[in-house]
Write a protein that binds this ligand. Structure first.
Ligand SMILES: [Zn+2]
Length: 60
């Protein structure tokens, strides 16, 4: 069984370092995600917002 440890990752977007926690790693593994997050939470939230906005119907 894998042993998880908190891991510091540098955000590809803003360059800030963030912690990929043990709990998050377990969550990722549970979901079957094999890749680690590349962005900090702030940037991920931002991306999510952008995606959400893009999915909303556009009126012409
Ligand atoms: Zn970031």
């Amino acid at each position: 069984m894998a042993e998880y440890q908190d891991k510091t990752i540098k955000c590809v977007d803003c360059g800030a370092e963030f912690v990929f926690t043990k709990g998050e790693q377990e969550f990722y593994a549970e979901k079957g995600f094999t890749n680690e997050p590349k962005r900090c939470k702030a940037c991920r939230d931002k991306k999510k917002q952008e995606k959400k906005a893009a999915q909303e119907p556009v009126q012409f």
